[in-house]
Design a binder for this molecule. Sequence first.
Ligand SMILES: *Cc1c(COP(=O)(O)O)cnc(C)c1O
Length: 433
Amino acid sequence: MVSTTSFKTAKSEEIFSAAQKLMPGGVSSPVRAFKSVGGQPIVFDHVKGAYIWDVDGNQYIDYVGTWGPAICGHAHPTVIKALHEALEQGTSFGAPCALENVLAEMVIDAVPSIDIVRFVNSGTEACMSVLRLMRAFTGRDKIIKFEGCYHGHADMFLVKAGSGVATLGLPDSPGVPKSATNNTLTAPYNDLETVKKLFAENPDQIAGVILEPVVGNSGFVTPEAGFLEGLREITREHGALLIFDEVMTGFRISYGGAQEKFGVTPDLTTLGKVIGGGLPVGAYGGRADIMSMVAPAGPMYQAGTLSGNPLAMTAGIKTLELLRKPGTYEQLDRITKKLSDGLLKVAKEAGHEVTGGSISAMFGMFFTGQEVHNYNDAKSSDMKKFARFHRGMLERGIYLAPSQFEAGFTSLAHTDEDIDKTLAAAKEVLSAI
Ligand SMILES: *Cc1c(COP(=O)(O)O)cnc(C)c1O
């Protein structure tokens, strides 16, 4: 039996109430507020390996991993030790630093599409910059994105943008002028026909297509056979660029990202999350002829005071060193599949209609009887049931992403015992809801 009697939240509640008077909604990023699952968020105290401890002393097995970066487990001793040493050298240079070369080489070696890379501070920044680059290189203004894909919170991308926005029920955001999004065309994910139609209707006007090669921001949604290949062909035919936003999938789906896993090479790629190893790093990179447009090599302006920061580079380098050891992705795949298969099994045994799956260290489960190939399908999931599932798991020491529209993440620190405990808790919760 998994006990819920020791679950206490008094301190979390006190801190979160105070936070609500100090910050919008009490948080620094919306999904943390638990709006879509109800109840109060827990306030974290510290993290280690596969675990979180909250301010009331509850311990959880964590399947959020700070939204992706903690793929080696939280506060990995190798990363922490290297950070201590780097700290002694200073926190920010604002000048060239040899560590940038090290991480750049690792990224270029790993990711098939990347010949040259620019570091920035977040995934949002990487996506905004890549959009400017697409337009600069092609001399065209329009872009195609997919419903339910999230590419950060820049104006041009806040159209049908998935999880965070979906959770709040805001299809768009106030404050985004029409002029910022009227060059953003959208298509349902996995729908090549609509993409072809958009290209036909907008001849020589589309700079490129950007997508999550495996979606994590409408829940976990995989590309159907031929979808990525089809986009590669269509964009090439029309002189447009193909951009994989691998902020979530980079170094998670495999060491070389989804592009390596699926064997489709885009022109440009954005990265974030894992490459910062828990510190703020984003990156964009790709073909040398395109990247040579970026200032100061070329005319497309993009800059950053803290970009290439030595601490962030250090955490990224150490994280990738841990990940490139033999067997890591086999381990991630095995443990995640065990979890995902187990969850689907206990849910079905308890009489629920569910669908889901996993690739490497990314998984998801929807409470719906239909297959999920896009955001519209994902919305058929029973959100109220997900909310009860989430709460029940939280009370039993299992921390899942507080939204049905988020993918789950595992790490190298998750053990078979952690998975067994999680499945035991899920069995209890799923028979009770
Ligand atoms: C998280 C995410 C972003 C935004 O990254 P931030 O670091 O949160 O700005 C962009 N694209 C994808 C696919 C993401 O998952």
